[in-house]
Design a protein around this ligand. Sequence first.
Ligand SMILES: [Fe+2]
Length: 203
Amino acid sequence: MSYFVEIRPRELKPALLELDGISRATVEAHYRLYQGYVGKRNEILGALASVDLGAANQIYSEVRALKIDLTFAVGGIKNHEIYFEHLGGAGGDPDDAIAALIERDFGSADAWRADLRATGMAGRGWAWTAFDWDEGRLFNYVGDAQNTFPVWNATPLVALDVYEHAYFLDYQTDRAAYIEAFLRNLDWGIVNGWVDSYSIPTE
Ligand SMILES: [Fe+2]
C-alpha cells in the first residue's frame, strides 16, 4: 500500500456563485485558493515520501518544514470544505438540533451570534463554532491561520473565514459587514446534517 495518495478538490456547489452579499468573483478566487491547498497537500506528501529517513540528522529540519506546511495545507482544506459546504442557505436563526445546542450552550441565538461576531473580529483567520466532545458542549474558538488553533476532540460545525481574501473585494476593510453577509448565507440544514451524522448528543 502506498503511503502517499493524492486527493482532489471537492466541486464548488452552484449555489455558492449566487450568495447574498458575497460576490461570484470573491467565491471563485476563494475556491482557487482552496484548490491550491489541495495541490500543496499532495505536493508535500510527495516530498515527504521521497525523503530518505535513514539519512543523517540534517533531514530533520526538512522534515519539520514539510510537516508544518502539511498542517497548514490540510487545515486550509478542512476549513474551506466546511466553509463552502455550509454557505448557500437562507441564514436566519438556527433551527432544529443546532438551535437546541446553541440555546443550551450560549443562552440564545443572539448571544451565540454576538460571541461569533466578536471572535471573528478578533481573529486573524477563522472563528469556529465547534462541539467539544470532552466538555460535551459548543464553543466559539478563534483561529489565526489554517493550522492555528484547532482543538483536539472538537468537531467544527460553523467555520467563519475572516481572512481578507474572504471579503476584501466586496467590503474592503469592512469585516463586520462581511460577517453579517456570512450569517445571511448560512445553510442550517447542512449544519444539522453534521450534528446528525457525527451523532452529536443534543441533550
Ligand atoms: Fe479562506
